[in-house]
Design a protein around this ligand. Structure first.
Ligand code: ADP
Length: 201
């Protein structure tokens, strides 16, 4: 819960606003929010998407689950409460970036409808583009890039999404990428086609 903030006076009104920053950077800023199981391909797609957007002159920032968990969220675990706080912090950070005109590419498991709704509410629905990176648990477990599924199956990791913690599929994602069947570059192409109008100034 927020602590007493009656003595805090944000100065938003006197700062350069989002529109001014966007004009300066010649782009529109949104958050591209990727949700999906561990190993579904979020970080890999984010990396390639950033490269591709950058090659076309867009200024972006990738925000990634593992990166924030070793930094700004290093005091949080994977309990429901801490997952909410993790996503709340990252949503506030995303908002700061897009207020600065920068496109953010976010890869976070963000496992529940409620958690993604919170992110969308903080960032603002008009700036939030939700992508469901949809690979079957079986596919993710077979990839097991980080060896986490094996550990979770042995009970060495608790609250592991898909195994011992829930993943609620998005019902109304702006885009669904079936990474069981799409290549990474096909996924990137699909994203660029879908967001082009939203990021072009
Ligand atoms: P996440 O960020 O969702 O946990 P990662 O991107 O870290 O997932 O891991 C996905 C792994 O699956 C990577 O090693 C990637 O190379 C591999 N992979 C294989 N096929 C695909 C595909 N079609 N789309 C995305 N990733 C794929």
């Amino acid at each position: 819960m927020p602590i007493n903030n009656k003595n805090i006076h944000p100065i938003h009104d006197s700062l350069l606003n989002k529109e001014e920053k966007e004009a300066q950077l010649n782009q529109k800023a949104i958050t591209i929010w990727m949700t999906g199981l561990s190993g579904s391909g979020k970080s890999t797609i984010a990396k390639h998407l950033e490269r591709s957007l950058s090659n076309n002159g867009f200024i972006t920032k990738v925000l990634d689950g593992d990166n924030v968990r070793i930094g700004i969220c290093n005091n949080l675990d994977f309990s429901t409460q801490d997952r909410i706080e993790n996503i709340r912090r990252i949503s506030e950070i995303s908002k700061l970036f897009i207020d600065g005109g920068i496109i953010t590419i976010n890869s976070f498991i963000s496992p529940t409808i409620e958690i993604r709704k919170m992110a969308k509410d903080i960032i603002g629905p008009e700036s939030f583009f939700e992508i469901f990176v949809d690979a079957d648990l079986e596919t993710c477990e077979k990839r097991d890039v980080k060896g986490l599924y094996a550990k979770a199956r042995k009970g060495e990791i608790k609250d592991f999404t898909g195994i011992s913690a829930p993943f609620e599929k998005p019902i109304n994602a702006d885009l669904v990428l079936d990474t069981n069947n799409l290549t990474v570059s096909q996924s990137v192409e699909k994203i660029i086609t879908a967001i082009k109008n939203k990021i072009t100034y």
